[in-house]
Write a protein that binds this ligand. Structure first.
Ligand SMILES: Cc1cc2nc3c(=O)[nH]c(=O)nc-3n(C[C@H](O)[C@H](O)[C@H](O)COP(=O)(O)OP(=O)(O)OC[C@H]3O[C@@H](n4cnc5c(N)ncnc54)[C@H](O)[C@@H]3O)c2cc1C
Length: 509
């Protein structure tokens, strides 16, 4: 089978992207160095926007039963947690789920959609020419193979070879601080020991199989480079130093050291080579945002790349991936730097003033609803907004479409996110007097990428007040919305929006 897009790396970002591409009918092959999926999990959190993405693709039933929902998440390890409950979403929680589970679900889905996943394939280099890319790959059993496609996407993590092959710079700062993590069986912890450890900033979380995850920063050991292995003895000594007890940790299943190197790719695209996930941004895992950001990169890129492969993408659509997602990457790297700095100051001072006073002040601020809202919007990624070029655009444009319940003419009740399950644009006519030309607007070839719905009834939502028509992108963000009441204005605006985002009817599909 011919390949349209090569995805390098079967981590969460690569698998999510492969699913998105395959859903849009793109022939996709994933090349992964590892022969087996990763057993250990770095990430443990799916934040609200990522849960919404799974909902938009009809995958929630696979995720929810395996995880546990918690109503918020920590920020900078402060005692007051971010509260996601006031946010505007059906999923106002973090789904506590091991990264290995997320990857397994996405890999299963990718197989169902016909993605070819080649494990034991380590890529050695990527080159591009006028109309395609060539990826040099080491194959199982020795030898190499050259795989050709129209595009290649590096989802190959922080040390991305794809990024280096494409000559894309990765400016930022080197590691100055490291933390340690361990997954342990815990035996008879001293009464109150776990609470005392949490009060000293140690993150403690239950895992499957009776294990418990401990993550800590030890001021005496935080300059040890991340390449140096962690031992059980070191972990115990650190816990005793930080908390006064070893918390009963025994029999580690996994020990790891991780650092705060922080970098952002200078571009997410070079010609036919693109980057997503850790290949494009690395940072300290503060507030659990790396995997989530990677999934959201993939959701933004998939349909745009599909449009380029199929030939309907309007000019500039593929470049909008960098324009929209790199600012998000920058803002995530910056907020993790702030969180890390606060933790470092507090630890270096031994929880004494003035650092302790700063920490206490910020902790109190987190209790203010507006402050919570601002930071929760960012960490949950529900606040992600892609500002439109047109300053006069409706305020909804670029934001997430709210998942309102609705009834389409002659159909059963549904909701916006269900309509997005096929990964197409959704054009909703919300006016009581639906435009007669709605179906005509998408009746030609464009119908294979746009679902047009005349809505009879929908749930009230402040953002939709007075809106008569809205075009939702395949990633659930709003491409266009209007309050125009008369048919002619609506028709003109709609045609412009469809052409700008979904191409002309005659473009190939
Ligand atoms: C301690 C810790 C805790 C974390 N906790 C969280 C959390 O709670 N929430 C969160 O959102 N994030 C968290 N993260 C970050 C998260 O783990 C990463 O952001 C995420 O794994 C990135 O996914 P990815 O698919 O982009 O890259 P990766 O997961 O790194 O996957 C890259 C894949 O590419 C493959 N590969 C690499 N080179 C090649 C090659 N040359 N050829 C072929 N294949 C190749 C690799 O084998 C790998 O499978 C945490 C990170 C750490 C260190």
């Amino acid at each position: 089978m011919k390949t349209d897009v090569i995805v390098v790396g079967a981590g969460p970002t690569g698998l999510m992207l492969a699913c998105e591409l395959a859903l849009a009918g793109v022939r996709t092959r994933v090349l992964e160095r590892r022969t087996e999926p990763q057993r250990h999990s770095r990430a443990l959190s799916l934040h609200p926007r990522s849960v919404e993405l799974m909902d938009q693709r009809g995958l929630l039933d696979r995720f929810l039963p395996l995880g546990r929902t918690v109503p918020g998440w920590h920020f900078a390890g402060l005692p007051t947690q971010l509260d996601f409950r006031p946010l505007d979403s059906r999923h106002r929680y973090t789904l506590f789920l091991a990264q290995a589970r997320t990857e397994a679900i996405l890999e299963e889905r990718a197989h169902e959609l016909g993605v070819e996943i080649s494990r034991g394939h380590e890529i050695l280099g990527v080159s591009q020419h006028g109309d395609g890319v060539e990826v040099e790959t080491r194959v199982p059993g020795g030898g190499t193979e050259t795989v050709r496609a129209l595009y290649a996407v590096g989802c190959d993590g922080g040390r991305s070879l794809v990024r280096r092959s494409a000559g894309i710079g990765f400016p930022g700062t080197d590691e100055t601080l490291t933390g340690i993590l361990g997954d342990f069986a815990v035996v008879d912890p001293r009464p109150g020991a776990l609470d005392a450890a949490r009060a000293r900033g140690v993150i403690i979380a239950p895992l499957e199989g009776g294990l418990t995850r401990f993550v800590c920063l030890d001021p005496e050991r935080m300059r040890v480079p991340s390449r140096e292995p962690v031992t059980l003895e070191e972990f115990r000594t650190s816990l005793i130093r930080i908390t006064g007890s070893d918390c009963g940790v025994a029999e580690p299943d996994w020990l790891s050291r991780f650092g705060n190197a922080t970098r952002l790719a200078e571009s997410y695209r070079s010609g036919r080579v693109l980057l997503a996930g850790d290949a494009a941004h690395i940072h300290f895992p503060a507030a659990g945002q790396g995997l989530n950001t990677g999934l959201q990169d993939a959701m933004n890129l998939g349909w745009k790349l599909a449009g380029s492969v199929h030939g309907w993408a309007p000019p500039g659509l593929l470049d909008s991936y960098d324009a929209e997602r790199r600012p998000v990457g920058r803002s995530v790297t910056e907020n993790t730097e702030v969180q890390t700095l606060l933790a470092e100051l507090t630890l270096m001072s031994g929880y004494r003033r003035p650092a302790a006073a700063l920490r206490s002040l910020l902790d109190q601020l987190l209790g203010i609803a507006e402050v919570n809202r601002r930071l929760a919007d960012q960490v949950s990624a529900l606040g992600t907004h892609y500002p439109p070029a047109d300053l006069g655009a409706h305020p909804l444009v670029g934001r997430r479409m709210p998942d309102v319940g609705l009834t389409a003419a002659g159909s059963a009740a549904t909701r916006v996110y269900e309509l997005l399950a096929r990964g197409r644009f959704v054009l909703l006519a919300l006016a009581e007097d639906p435009s007669p030309s709605l179906r005509e607007a998408v009746a030609t070839d464009r119908a294979s990428r746009v679902t047009a719905v005349s809505v009879d009834k929908y749930d009230e939502h402040a953002d939709l007040d007075g809106v008569t028509e809205v075009l939702v992108r395949p990633d659930g963000h709003v491409a266009w919305a209007t309050r125009a009441a008369d048919h002619a204005t609506r028709r003109n605006e709609r045609l412009q929006a469809l052409t700008a985002w979904a191409g002309t009817p005659s473009s190939r599909s």
